[in-house]
Design a protein around this ligand. Structure first.
Ligand code: M6R
Length: 631
């Protein structure tokens, strides 16, 4: 939610910032803006709408300065207007600020500032923050100084503590809520102060330049060396160095990490959309997720990052999983597999519910969170709540260095590279794979035999090829999409481990095609949703080979008897009664642990092609953002 980027260096800041904003646009695309410090002034260009609108706007300004900030907005406080777009400038004209997050006590602060004569141009909480910095700056008496140390980078660089930095620090001490901010001050023409609390922020350490950004995609074209900022930290950038300090004015020694992926991974290549690219990348993504994670004897999985010994894991008698959205669906599949193969009870909760529910947890519960971005605020809050209660929390997460990855007590990285399409696809199937591997690992610590373990491992290793096979159905699914794209209601129905896939299919269709869709357990459909059935409401059924195949076929008959169109996703070797399904998609027959991964492919493709057919903006669906960092 909202992307921020800031630059201090020798190059034209606006060009680097605009490139960063294009890459951060998936985080919000209601408006975009940039501010460059030049000629002792703050030059702001901002516009409602996409970054491409801003690019046109910027051409009207002559932005040559080498220090600047930029923002792409997902609206929280105030409508989608030019005035509410960031950066905001303080009423004395001295400060410009960009913000990702929510200032909860903004109305009290605004009342206070109004009484002191400050004025406001927007309805945002952010402008309040900007003016509060101006207020503290005006009150800050003298320029303090601190001895320079270090070598010009990272708490060195002869940076004196300044009125600028201290006024930001003071302001943040009065703020309740969440923020990733970057601030410019006219009195400090080659400096930038940034800070974070709960919203992600990292610093790129380049060759004679520094870039701060909400995520690595905005800076990867300039440097792979990054410092992940922690909550409550402020970074002060100049052209020659940076310092990191805390809200309590403590020095922080920076740890410079290396990003392992490259700009190529974040590029769309020959695909029409990132979602399409990421769907077709899944075989490779699965290979990367499983690489090096099977035991030498080929009977179990290995997860070094769990930081738990086998005997500690043996003490666990219950699992709790928390997540949001698609990751929550992956948790439901994981629940099914752990219960089925490891015979241990699992509870899955929405992170947003768990954090306020005060649910009683058993002493020997192992707590997991799942999150592609590692920044979802509700999932982070659930993690913190569980840790507060004394639980060790493990994370299944894709983004290395994300807040959840850093705060968890251990976990499993997904290693699928950047996922840019707002609709999660490759991260989802990787979560399904890792959930299946976790179920195997736990099962092998308990009652699963060596030979069953070997069969299970072999099946999981085959998942990338099975997904490759399923992807071959793309032209057929595209044709089905053309036929059904005009419908306005869909049901997705599945049972057991494919019930969460029904939820996922419905979510995918809703979020990128704006079609109303519901996911239901197939047999539950007759307890209510069947009332929706008519020739106008197609049902997408998962009907894999196995003990429940005939039961699912009966549910299809009930739909057909009411003239509902049926799209059946069956596994190879299944036969449906003639005329029962209007369309059939056949996926490879496979092991139970792999089936949800393979079954994800047709519903991803169906929603993708329907969205394309309807002319929807697949990668930037309305009202959504990739990373949900507000409650
Ligand atoms: O980054 P996370 O996995 O924590 O994100 C959770 C959800 O916001 C996310 O899965 C969302 O539902 C996607 N847009 C689904 O495609």
């Amino acid at each position: 939610m909202c992307g921020i980027v800031g630059y201090v260096g020798k190059q034209k800041a606006s060009a680097i910032i605009l490139e960063g904003l294009k890459r951060l646009e998936y985080r919000g695309y209601d408006s975009a803006g940039v501010c460059v410090l030049q000629g002792g002034k703050l030059d702001v260009a901002k516009k409602a709408g996409r970054v491409e609108n801003l690019v046109k706007e910027v051409t009207k300004h002559h932005l040559t300065g080498t220090t600047g900030i930029g923002h792409t907005r997902w609206a929280t406080h105030g409508g989608v207007t030019d005035a509410n777009a960031h950066p905001h400038v303080s009423s004395d004209g001295k400060f410009a600020l960009i913000h990702n997050g929510v200032i909860e006590n903004y109305s009290q602060i605004k009342g206070f500032l109004l009484s002191k004569g400050y004025t406001f141009q927007s309805e945002t909480d952010t402008e309040v923050l900007c003016n509060l910095i101006a207020y503290h700056y005006a009150k800050e008496p003298v320029e303090g100084s601190r001895s320079p140390h270090g070598n010009g980078q990272g708490n060195g660089g002869a940076i004196a503590t300044s009125r600028f930095l201290e006024s930001v620090r003071k302001t943040l001490r009065h703020v309740e809520g969440t923020y990733g901010i970057a601030v410019l001050c006219v009195d400090y023409p080659a400096e930038l102060v940034a800070a974070r609390k709960a919203s992600p922020l990292l610093l790129g350490v380049g060759d004679g330049e520094y870039i701060i950004a909400s995520d690595a995609s905005a800076l990867i074209s300039r440097t792979q060396n990054v410092v992940y900022l922690k909550d409550g930290e402020l970074v002060h950038l100049t052209k020659t160095g940076f310092t990191i300090t805390t809200l309590d004015q403590e020095d922080v020694s920076p740890v410079v990490d290396k990003i392992t992926w490259s700009i190529k991974d974040a590029e769309i290549g020959t695909y029409a959309h990132f979602m399409e690219k990421e769907i077709f990348e899944q075989p490779l993504a699965l290979e990367n997720s499983m690489r090096g994670r099977f035991s030498e004897d080929g009977s179990t999985a290995n997860f070094g990052g769990l930081n738990l010994t086998a005997s500690e894991l043996r003490q666990i008698d219950r699992f709790m999983f928390c997540a949001c959205g698609t990751a929550w669906h992956a948790c439901l599949v994981t629940e099914h597999l752990i219960e089925r193969f490891a015979r241990l009870p699992v509870e899955v909760d929405y992170a947003s519910e768990f954090r306020y529910r005060n649910s009683p947890l058993d002493r020997n519960t192992l707590f997991f969170v799942m999150s592609q971005s590692g920044e979802t605020i509700d999932t982070l809050a659930a993690l913190r709540e569980a840790q507060r209660k004394g639980y060790r929390v493990l994370a299944i997460n894709n983004v290395v260095g994300s807040t959840i990855a850093r705060e968890a007590n251990g976990g499993i990285y997904q290693h699928v590279g950047p996922e840019i399409g707002v609709a999660s696809t490759k991260a989802f199937t990787s979560q399904l794979l890792l959930g299946a591997m976790l179920a195997l690992y736990i099962a092998r610590l308990r009652d699963m035999s060596f030979s069953d373990g070997v069969i299970y491992v072999k099946a999981l290793k085959g998942a990338p090829d099975l997904v490759r096979d399923a992807l071959k159905q793309a032209p057929h699914i595209q044709a089905i999409a053309k036929r059904f794209a005009h419908h306005t209601d869909f049901l997705f129905l599945g049972r057991l481990s494919l019930f969460p896939l029904a939820l996922e299919g419905a979510l995918k269709l809703k979020e990128i095609s704006y079609i109303h869709a519901e996911g239901y357990p197939a047999a539950e459909m007759k307890h209510g949703p069947i009332a929706l059935i008519s020739e106008k409401c197609p049902s997408v059924f998962f009907a894999p080979k196995g003990e429940i195949f005939n039961k699912v076929v009966s549910s299809m008959q009930e739909i057909k008897a009411r003239k509902g169109p049926v799209i059946a996703i069956i596994t190879e070797g299944c036969e449906l009664p003639p005329g029962l399904a209007d369309e059939v998609i056949t996926i490879p027959d496979c092991h139970e642990a792999v089936l949800p991964i393979v079954a994800a492919v047709p519903v991803q493709l169906l929603s993708y092609y329907i969205a394309v057919e309807r002319g929807c903006d697949v990668d930037k669906p309305r009202n959504l953002a990739k990373s949900v960092t507000v409650e």
